[in-house]
Design a protein around this ligand. Structure first.
Ligand code: PEP
Length: 257
């Protein structure tokens, strides 16, 4: 049986300037000094403007805390004002790039086709995409959440090969649970995460599917993380609001302690 190391990742969204990022990261590094990073992986996903500051700190911490970007350009270079390429993120030492967060889909019109080009851009530059998928409230109420989420998965992974798929991180983030305080039940999370793994097995084979890490995201807190992490197909959490409180994020990371 494959052992998947849980990934607990903090999505800071558009919060914390570079000075606040330094203080926050220092606090995390200090509080997690004794953590067994081989058993739980910890990553922060700051705004672009904080990446250099975070890199400087975690470099000194021998990269135990990993970091990544909240978005990535579909392009590698050129006249794309405001965009940041995978090459630039890789050069800074990013391990991850979030692709298709629901806030990018909602406010910037990102669709599955664009997510597909961004997933491929990340992979081209040795970054692990954290691909976010998940249904809105109407879809959930209609009972269509599984086919909806799997269609997003299929679209974003079109033409991504099995050798690359094994290293992916998929974040199941029901939109109705993001930033609302309304967390999915552990059973809800398991239902969709297991369907995601099932689809990956159909496309890439069971062995590959068993290596993919599938996170749950949506109002994760220290008080609900353990029950969600106890589900067999949940391999980590993508944490938004609660990751801005260093003490709370540390409690989430220490869900097993
Ligand atoms: C997120 O931003 O990916 C997220 C899950 O946010 P929150 O934890 O605040 O719901």
């Amino acid at each position: 049986m494959t052992t998947r190391i849980p990934l607990m990742a903090g999505n800071w969204k558009m919060n914390l300037n570079h000075l606040e990022a330094i203080a926050h990261t220092q606090k995390l590094a200090f509080a997690l000094e004794d953590k067994d990073f081989a058993a739980v992986e910890v990553a922060v996903l700051p705004p672009f403007t904080d990446l250099r500051s975070v890199q400087t700190l975690v470099d000194g911490d021998k990269l135990k805390i990993k970091f990544g970007a909240q978005d990535i350009s579909a392009h590698d270079l050129g006249a794309y004002t405001g965009e940041v390429s995978g090459a630039m993120l890789a050069k800074l030492g990013c391990a991850y790039a979030v692709v298709g967060h629901s806030e990018r889909r909602q406010y910037h019109g990102e669709d599955d086709e664009l997510c597909n080009t961004k997933v491929k851009a990340a992979l081209r530059h040795g970054l692990t995409p954290i691909l976010c998928i998940g249904e809105g409230l109407d879809t959930r109420r209609a009972g269509d959440h599984v086919p909806y989420t799997l269609a997003q998965l299929d679209g974003a992974l079109h033409d991504v090969g099995a050798e690359q798929a094994a290293g992916l991180v998929i974040a199941y983030e029901p939109v109705w649970a993001i930033g609302t305080g309304e967390v999915a039940t552990p059973e809800d999370a398991q239902e969709v995460c297991s369907a995601i793994r099932g689809r990956l097995a159909e496309v890439y084979g069971r062995e590959t599917a068993d290596q993919v890490r599938i996170q749950y995201g949506g109002s994760v807190k220290a008080s609900n993380v353990a029950a969600i992490m106890a589900q067999p197909d949940v391999d980590g959490a993508l944490v938004g609001g609660a990751s801005l409180d260093a003490d709370e994020f540390v409690r989430i990371v220490r869900f097993r302690d």
